[in-house]
Unconditional design. Structure first.
Lengths: 366, 366
């Protein structure tokens, strides 16, 4: 089967039901399980969402893969990050050798890992976990020019789509998304401000660890970046506007994530969203195909202040709030056991009838 | 080895370091790992706590067991719960047959399960997962008499201690605690009010699912219960006072949990605390042996409003907040993967030196 086709025609899936009917069926099943109704809280809502996203009364979450997109950013020449650009390539090596947080957590939680080089500023040796899809050795410095050309943007979006569909075709019904790219919170901040209408100050933060002076400097540089293109307002068509902003400010990994998240939703697999930059990509994917955001599972709220701002704007409360600010898909990996837990109790718990447990509240009073 | 002896003399543990030295060593190790310092947020603090609790630079969290204490409550005759008393025994059967949330989640997360009958109002058949330690077929109705005698209280505390030590002797270095007992939020509410000085209204909630009128009725009954013993104020000695309150209002499962949590801390294993009633037991264990609370890991904040109240009072922010109100150790089981994740990255991530990753922030500026 190909997930790029009509996903609901897959032979092992239940026939299509309308979303509302499906929600009611899932709730009815949850309410027959041996627990007070609603007593598993957010995890009951999560099961409903997983069923709706997959269009199936029996969601599959055991086979999952983290797609970790990596790229460099021209703007990192301007001192907007606490770490030098070379760290992007070094960390890709660390992912592949198994020494990074994403490596450790994907092993622990039985989650596949695929690292996609869409623009790392280094020549990388072949590796079984590495997909070589380099568009260029980093984006252009957006202080002086658009980060990428129209052709590069289309290439990044297509790489993202193809990578997600291939992962789904390998049998994964949950895709975790992560990113690595020194300087990419600068791109994400500009994109969030551009798409949400929020002030840039609300969207800029310390990233991997700038101090107060560093954040002020980063904000000043990003104001300059934005000023450069202020004379040419984005097109009024939302898709054209999204493309224009991605071209000006995007990273290759962010654009690839936009494509990957959109394709995952279209194929009715579950996109498990990580932190700030991946959430910005999900927001943009929703502009390109309205409805995508409602089909994303948000794993955690990061310590980057703009992430909480973004989540509030879209009305999402993520599963975890642990003050993480690492990226790499680490928050998504930590939330994966919650997805599996929710489906496990939904599928495996006894019903009141099966277990001979009284489900009727007693008459009130002695 | 026996965990009931001097736990730090165990041969496989590092020599005792003072707590502060240990904390510094753990932080130093964390800061050498290939991630921005502090970027794993709460999970970094969690690793430090696990090391301190176990008194070891290399905490063991792979082998864990849920101790699920079950008992009935005389007060359930007064209509304080949404479910009838018979559900306690029915749910014990469900735990043992594998159909309850606790069963499903313990299987999924590779956690042992032991159900301890300390006072279920039914004759239970033997089962490999069931420990038969029945003290009586439920407590007395505390509206008319003390819930338990002095001898029964001592017996419950001792069962808890012995059960925890046996579980640790089986090789478990993390013990999860859960409870089952129709009516036990009534006991927990009275105990929390008694120990914290909070008003009873702040400590009473819907439990498994009372409506507003049901909660009002429950509160009125618990006010009567408290009124019964108002004439005899508790002793001024904190241990005697704790014993007196447990005897008046406690459940057998709550008293057993008090003993078990205290013994777990003394044996330097990790007590992973579940919801409202287990948290109340931890609070009481801390009165019996000050310092216990600082050595507990709180898994989640439940939907029972008094749980958030209790956690605020003791200044704890738990790992998860998912609106659970099931008990059974379900929240502790959901948090177990976070403990294992934190130890996994701490033990398995590469250091900056090992991985050849630049750990020095670059000179600021272009």
């Amino acid at each position: 089967m190909s997930a790029s086709g009509m996903p609901l025609a897959e032979p092992d899936m239940t026939p299509l039901e309308t979303e509302e009917t499906l929600r009611r069926s899932v709730r009815a099943r949850l309410d027959r399980l041996t627990k007070p109704q609603g007593s598993l809280g957010r995890l009951e809502d999560l099961v409903v969402e997983l069923c709706v996203i997959q269009g199936d009364l029996h969601p599959q979450v055991s086979q999952a893969e983290l797609l970790l997109f990596a790229a460099d950013h021209g703007i990192s020449d301007e001192g907007v990050s606490a770490f030098p650009r070379v760290v992007t390539a070094q960390m890709v090596g660390n992912f592949l050798r198994g020494g990074a947080a994403a490596s450790v957590l994907s092993r622990l939680h039985g989650c596949g890992l695929r690292v996609i080089d869409v623009g790392v500023d280094a020549d990388l040796d072949p590796h079984p976990l590495l997909q070589q899809s380099k568009i260029a050795r980093g984006t252009a410095n957006m202080l002086h020019a658009d980060a990428m050309s129209t052709a590069q943007l289309q290439q990044a979006l297509q790489i993202g789509r193809d990578t997600a569909i291939e992962a789904i075709d390998r049998g994964n019904r949950v895709l975790l998304f992560g990113e690595m790219g020194i300087g990419n919170t600068s791109a994400s901040s500009l994109l969030l401000a551009g798409f949400s209408g929020s002030s840039l100050a609300e969207c800029v933060g310390p990233g991997t660890g700038l101090d107060t002076a560093g954040v002020a400097r980063k904000l000043a540089i990003l104001e300059q970046v934005r000023g450069r293109s202020a004379a040419s307002p984005p097109p009024s068509d939302p898709v054209a506007a999204a493309h224009a902003m991605l071209q000006r400010w995007g990273g290759f990994e962010i654009a690839a994530l936009v494509g990957a998240i959109g394709a995952t939703v279209a194929a009715r697999a579950v996109p498990l969203i990580d932190g700030f930059s991946v959430s910005v990509a999900a927001l943009i994917a929703d502009r390109l195909a309205p409805g995508v955001l409602r089909r994303c599972v948000f794993s955690h709220c990061s310590a980057e202040p703009a992430h909480a701002h973004l989540l509030r704007r879209i009305g999402v409360e993520p599963l975890l709030s642990l003050g993480l600010r690492l990226g790499e898909g680490s928050g998504a990996l930590l939330a994966l056991p919650l997805l599996r837990s929710s489906v496990a109790f939904y599928e495996q718990m006894a019903s009141f009838d099966d277990a001979g447990v009284s489900d009727r509240p007693k008459e009130d009073g002695p």
